[in-house]
Structure formats: structure tokens, C-alpha cells
Design a binder for this molecule. Structure first.
Ligand code: UDX
Length: 441
């Protein structure tokens, strides 16, 4: 089978690489000539564990191609995936111009049946617009060619995307014809051998599933963060409460880790988009509005703890940060709590020094030379007045506490991800602060 994937961003590249890995001929298309040239030289524009190897391996085998020419890519393609960006426009809603431009290109160039599958996260009702745009172009050409549209939202997690694609919990597909169902079944067959299902449904429900899933996960995080803040006030320990509630299989122990708020390219955007969609239908998603409000506040919880420790004045204080990406195993800093924490520290007059295993280059785009960057986690601590952990990278979990203690001016650690044991920290002489535990006792 031959397929085309339009949009060589994060989703498109992972999807293209994984389909080619199981022997499908994939052509990836992007309008960015520079990006395609680099990909053809084997230079991958994003960091995702395992992706570079998989792309270069399949390029060598000739079953993964990169081009800017959609017309050429469409020759003999039975399925086309749309995975272009949907950046928020001025009012925060997803801008569909790139998605619909692909639909129009399909209408301009196809000569045979095509299944057009939307993979980009798009508002409920978008597949219908894709269908209309494509049909409009066919009408202009005065031809009658059969095509189908489908919605196939992705649930990939950054840092684990390859594994998520190869061994998915489930694959959700919204469609409206048997032919489309047969095609999607055979495409995804290699990925369902672990027994996990392809769940077929109507298109609107599939579009809704993506938003409902991400909103539910975001809700779990805001809920646990809200409870964590209360735990701290009443003297309970959120780490124990988390274990206590997580062992109830109805609640589950995943996605209830307290921290400094969710970030990334999905949760913040999708929560906002669903609130907006509801609003367009005169419905208010009250729970989701609270989820967003709690998360906005949570991003600054660690900053407030630092301020309190220094009696409200961090002017001239050296603050060392470990971790800048919104989560480990990625250099992505979109909506990362670090953006909010650093900006507030700088505004308050602090001097910020930071280390991250891979996000330093990305961080330079955001902070320029307003903060200093280090290549070694311990070097950041030289002359620092405290250390704050913003991302739970594995290498931060078992630091040499003697060195940390020796280098810090004041032995204060602000742990935004609860990766340390409060008693161990105290025994080692640290002033230790984390989320949802009153550590002054
Ligand atoms: C998420 C969804 O998990 C994925 O299914 C969807 O396709 C895209 O959005 P991603 O944004 O890559 O994936 O990251 P994820 O691992 O889900 O983490 C999101 C945020 O939640 C991170 O900021 C993380 O630190 C935070 N988080 C996660 C918590 O604060 N606590 C938790 O218990 C889990």
C-alpha cells in the first residue's frame, strides 16, 4: 500500500516513520523546502527518542520519501493523512487554513479514489469542512471522483511517541463508509497484534474523543494539584494520599502526580479549544474552566514558595534551575511551567542559572541572554542561593547530595516534581520544599 502524509511536524514524522517501519510505502509532504531538504539529508527537526534511527533506516530501504510536491505524492496513494499544524488564531481557536489547503490540493490533483484522514487535532466538525473543500475543487474541475474522509486522532505522548504508535492502547477512527473502514483496518493491522482494538465510530464522535481524552487527563492533573495544595495546608502528605486513592482501580494510579502544572503542545490548547467549542453552542464547560484556572495558578506555586523562603525579596539572588522542558525526554518548552517561573523570577530581580539535558537550545529562543545556561547540572549550583527542580529528568533523581550541599550558598531545594524523599533531604541538612507536603514539620 502507498500512503501520503502531509505535514512533517511531530505527528506527521512519527506517523510516517512508524507506517514505513511495517513495510508501507510512505511519502511525507511539507511546504517547507528547507525542512524537506534537511530530512532528505537525514537531519530530523525534532527530538524524539528512536525517531532519527527509524527515519534513516526506512529512507535507506526506499519506503520513506520526503518531498514538497503533493501532486506527485498523490499518484497511486490510496490514503492521505493530514497532520499539518493548527496554530491558534487571534481568538484562540484552531486556525484551519493549512488543513483546508491540503483538502483543496487533494481536490485539485486526485484522479482516483482517495481516503483523506485528519490526524491533526482539529475542532469538532472539521472533517465535514475537509469534505466540502475537497468536493468544491472537484466541482471546479467538473469531475466526479469518489473519495472519503475520516478522523483518526493521535494520542502520542512526546518522548514515548514511537512506542505509543507501535503499541497503542487503542486506535480511534471516525468514518462513514465500508471502503474507508477496510482501508483503515488493513493499515493498522500491524499495530493491533497486541490485542488492542481499533475503535470505529462516526466522525464527530472521533473528533470529540480526542478532546475529551486530553481534557480528562488535564482534569486529573488539576484535581490532584488542587488536593495537593490543600494537603499542605491541613498537614496531610499528597504522596501518601496519591497512593491511597490510586490503588482504587476505578481511580487508577496514572496521571495523578502533583507538580507545577501541565504544559506542552496539547493539554493547554485542547482544554481551551473544548471550552471554546462548548461556548459556540451556548454551553459552559464549568469543570474544564476550573481545570484551566487551577493549572494557571499551579505554574507559579514553586515561584511563590521561593519568594516566601527569601522573605519576599529575591533581588540579586542566584537561583539554579534543573530542567526547563515541560516534561522529560523532550526539548519541547511550549507552555512549560519553566517559562512562567523564570519570567517571574527575573521580574522579581533574581539571577537565573539553568541546566537541562537537551532543552538548552530551545530555552535560548525563549530567554535569550536574560539567564545563563550550563552544560553540567552541578555547575549551575556554584554560587547559587537555592536549587529548584522544574522537570523530573531521571538524572536529577539521585544527585550527589554532598556536592549539592557543598556548592549551594544556602542548602535550599524547591522540588516542583516531588522526586526526593523529604526525610532524606532533611537528614542531609537541606531546607526542602515540594508540592503538597508541609515540609516545615
Ligand atoms: C498528552 C497526552 O498524554 C497524549 O495522549 C496526547 O496525544 C498529547 O497530549 P504530552 O503532552 O506529550 O501528551 O505529555 P504527557 O506525558 O501527557 O504530559 C502532559 C503534562 O502533564 C506534562 O506537563 C506533565 O508534566 C504533566 N503531568 C502528567 C503531571 O503534572 N502529572 C501527571 O501525573 C502526569
Amino acid at each position: 500500500m502507498k500512503i501520503t502524509i502531509v505535514g512533517s511536524g511531530y505527528v506527521g514524522l512519527v506517523t510516517g516513520a512508524c507506517f514505513s517501519e511495517v513495510g508501507i510505502n510512505v511519502t511525507c509532504v511539507d511546504i517547507d523546502r528547507n525542512k524537506i531538504d534537511k530530512l532528505n539529508e537525514g537531519i530530523i527537526p525534532i527530538y524524539e527518542p528512536g525517531l532519527e534511527d527509524m527515519i534513516t533506516r526506512n529512507m535507506k530501504k526506499g519506503r520513506l520519501l520526503f518531498t514538497t510536491n503533493i501532486q506527485e505524492a498523490l499518484i497511486d496513494s490510496e490514503v492521505l493523512f493530514i497532520s499539518v499544524g493548527t496554530p491558534p488564531d487571534e481568538d484562540g481557536s484552531a486556525d484551519l487554513k493549512y488543513v483546508l489547503a491540503v483538502a483543496r490540493d487533494c481536490g485539485k490533483y486526485i484522479n482516483d479514489y482517495l481516503l483523506v484522514v485528519t490526524k491533526s487535532t482539529v475542532p469538532v466538525g472539521t472533517s465535514q469542512k475537509v469534505k466540502e473543500a475537497l468536493q468544491e475543487e472537484l466541482d471546479k474541475r467538473n469531475v466526479s471522483i469518489k473519495f472519503d474522509v475520516a478522523s483518526n486522532p493521535e494520542f502520542l505522548k512526546e518522548g514515548a511517541a514511537i512506542d505509543d504508535f507501535l503499541k497503542p492502547d487503542r486506535i480511534v477512527v471516525g468514518l462513514e463508509s465500508e471502503r474507508a473502514e477496510e482501508l483503515m483496518k488493513s493499515l493498522y493491522k500491524p499495530f493491533t497484534l497486541n490485542g488492542h482494538p481499533v475503535i470505529f465510530m462516526d466522525i464527530i464522535s472521533a473528533e470529540m474523543t480526542k478532546y475529551a481524552a486530553n481534557s480528562m487527563l488535564a482534569a486529573k492533573i488539576s484535581f490532584i494539584n488542587d488536593i495537593a495544595n490543600l494537603c499542605e495546608i491541613v498537614g496531610a502528605d499528597i504522596n501518601k494520599v496519591r497512593k491511597g486513592i490510586g490503588s482504587d482501580s476505578r481511580i487508577g494510579n496514572k496521571f495523578i502526580y502533583p507538580g507545577i502544572g501541565y504544559g506542552g503542545s496539547c493539554f493547554p490548547k485542547d482544554v481551551q479549544a473544548l471550552i471554546k467549542t462548548a461556548g459556540e453552542y451556548d454551553y459552559e464547560l464549568r469543570v474544564l474552566k476550573a481545570v484551566e484556572a487551577v493549572n494557571n495558578d499551579q505554574k507559579l506555586v514553586l515561584f511563590h514558595k521561593i519568594m516566601k523562603y527569601f522573605n519576599g525579596d529575591v533581588k540579586g539572588k542566584n537561583i539554579a534551575l534543573w530542567g526547563l522542558s515541560f516534561k522529560p525526554q523532550t526539548d519541547d518548552m511550549r507552555e512549560a511551567p519553566s517559562l512562567y517561573i523564570v519570567n517571574n523570577l527575573l521580574k522579581a530581580g533574581a539571577i537565573v542559572k539553568a541546566y537541562d539535558p537537551i532543552a538548552i537550545n530551545e530555552a535560548k529562543h525563549h530567554f535569550g541572554d536574560t539567564i545563563s545556561y550550563y552544560e553540567d547540572q552541578y555547575e549551575t549550583l556554584i554560587d547559587a542561593d537555592c536549587l529548584a527542580i522544574l522537570t523530573e529528568w531521571p538524572e536529577f533523581k539521585f544527585p550527589n547530595l554532598k556536592i549539592v550541599q557543598k556548592l549551594l550558598h544556602r542548602p535550599a531545594i524547591f522540588d516542583g516534581r516531588n522526586i526526593y524523599d523529604k526525610d532524606e533531604m532533611k537528614q542531609n541538612g537541606f531546607d526542602y520544599f515540594c508540592i503538597g507536603v508541609n515540609t516545615s514539620k
